[in-house]
Design a binder for this molecule. Structure first.
Ligand code: GLU
Length: 467
């Protein structure tokens, strides 16, 4: 048997991290078992599904490096097939036509509520002869659910979960307007796509009991199920806006690397010993559903930030530079030409040591693209005293003579200058950093000056002396 998993999002606007994690787990499970991972867009709700929302899913998955092995299936294109199966169930006697009017259904619900029962369909047309139906009246198709016994799921995450069949009612599979219901479409599609493992959020557990009725009625092999606990906020409540970012796009905009987000989402609710930072290859090698816990996971933004920092330091400098340049582009007062890009790239090893997100990284790199006269924050202004300015003027003469203008030679020159003036190195470096960056933080002063280049360094000191 070839393992085939699928991710089946509804395109309703955003790719929530709970869904993104389900996608990741399906992908890793398939890869781990040498199987295939598929994507199905559940776009039967035509009013809520937009191309834009579909693109959000495609972009998000691509960004996370989760690629399906076959062309995506659009559920809306398969309506004829859903109808065909519903008619087959009718022909087999496993489903029946229900002619209840909306008023009758409402009454049924109210009656049940009055008697303290859950509102379920009472089987009104289950055994009635269709000839009793009013001429030409619209009907829905309902599955003939088992009434005795129980349904058991041997869930790969939750273990054995069971429900008494009396709890399930004869759900609709084809509405009176001829459209298939969600529960029905999912089963037909999973069957036709040869899905062997359905891995999804445990909010779908009750759907699974209902969906199993259709597999049984059709005599189809059932897939195995794994229901993942949901992701909660740090306080244990349902994840919501007030907790912070929730959609994949938001995390991308806030400067998280996809590797870091995937790594974090994997560790959230899945464990393998102490392993914390895992490459995609290691994830594929180690992932299996037996490592998934049964209780909801709590989102820990601080931990995600930490993991992001680790991945940033590992990341390729060219790639980080591209990202930084894209974030800086269009920012007021920041030039993003090839010269500035070269500076950012050169300083990247130092910049990425200090930043935890790409946003922080681009903020820390922005000074490289600013032009004189810089603006100075309060701390930098305090450092640029009249004495410091005088000192910078003298230092400029020394720096003009440094050859080559490399971090090593700059460091040597700064030390010599400090010694000559009987100053601590910091007393030289701090005002110099302020003059270069407008702030009091940057990577080492030697690498910072080297990245700016001699002309720019002298221009920035000159500008401070004039200011
Ligand atoms: N379309 C469903 C959702 O987005 C998922 C269905 C499934 O995984 O079976 O919640």
């Amino acid at each position: 048997m070839i393992v085939r998993t699928r991710f089946a999002p509804s395109p309703t606007g955003l790719l929530h991290i709970g869904n993104a994690r389900a996608a990741l787990f399906n992908f890793l499970y398939a890869r781990h078992h040498g199987g295939e991972f598929l994507l199905r867009i559940e776009d039967t709700d035509r009013e809520r599904s937009t191309q834009q929302a579909v693109d959000v899913i495609f972009d998000g998955l691509k960004w996370m490096g989760i690629t399906p092995d076959e062309e995506p299936v659009f559920q809306s294109t398969r309506q004829d097939r859903h109808t065909e199966v519903a008619l087959e169930l009718l022909a087999k006697g496993q489903a029946y036509r229900c002619y209840c009017t909306p008023e009758e259904l409402k009454e049924m619900r109210e009656q049940a509520m009055k008697e303290g029962r859950p509102p379920r369909y009472n089987g009104m047309w289950r055994d009635r002869d269709p000839s009793e139906a009013p001429e030409g009246a619209p009907y829905a198709v309902r599955i003939r659910a088992p009434r005795e016994g129980e349904t058991v799921i041997h869930d790969l995450v939750q273990g054995e979960v069971r429900v008494a069949n009396a709890e399930l009612d004869d759900m609709i599979i084809l509405r009176s307007d001829g459209t298939p219901t969600y529960q029905h479409a999912v089963v037909v599609d999973d069957h036709d796509m040869n899905i062997t493992h359905v891995i999804r959020g445990d909010d779908h557990l009750t759907n699974t009991f209902r969906q199993l009725m259709i597999y049984r009625a059709m005599g189809w092999d059932q897939p195995l199920f794994g229901h993942l606990p949901l992701i909660h906020g740090p306080d244990g409540a349902k994840l919501s806006k007030r907790h912070g970012a929730q959609s994949v796009v938001e995390f991308r905009d806030e400067g998280y690397l996809p590797e870091a987000l995937c790594n974090y989402l994997l560790r959230l609710g899945w464990g393998h010993g102490d392993a914390e930072i895992l490459s995609r290859d290691e994830q594929i090698r180690l992932f299996d559903l037996d490592g998934v816990g049964r209780s909801p996971s709590r989102m820990d933004y601080a931990k995600l930030l930490h993991i992001n920092g680790v991945w940033m330091r590992e990341a390729d400098d060219e790639r980080l530079t591209d990202d930084v340049m894209a974030r800086l582009a269009g920012q007021e007062g920041v030039v993003t030409d090839a010269g500035v890009r070269a500076r950012v790239l050169q300083l990247m090893p130092g910049l990425k040591e200090r930043a935890r997100t790409l946003v922080e990284l681009s903020e820390s790199a922005a000074f490289l693209g600013r032009q004189v006269p810089l603006t100075f924050d309060d701390k930098a202004t305090k450092l640029l005293t009249p004495e410091a300015r005088t000192m910078l003027g003298e230092l400029a003469r020394d720096l003009a003579a440094v050859e080559p203008f490399s971090a090593e030679e700059i460091d040597r020159a700064l030390r010599q200058f400090a010694e000559k003036h009987e100053l601590k190195l910091g007393k030289v470096a701090q005002p110099l950093r302020a003059a270069m960056t407008g702030t009091t933080t940057s990577p080492g002063i030697d690498v910072t000056l080297a990245a700016l280049g001699r002309d720019e360094v002298l221009a920035r000191i000159g500008s401070v002396l004039q200011g």
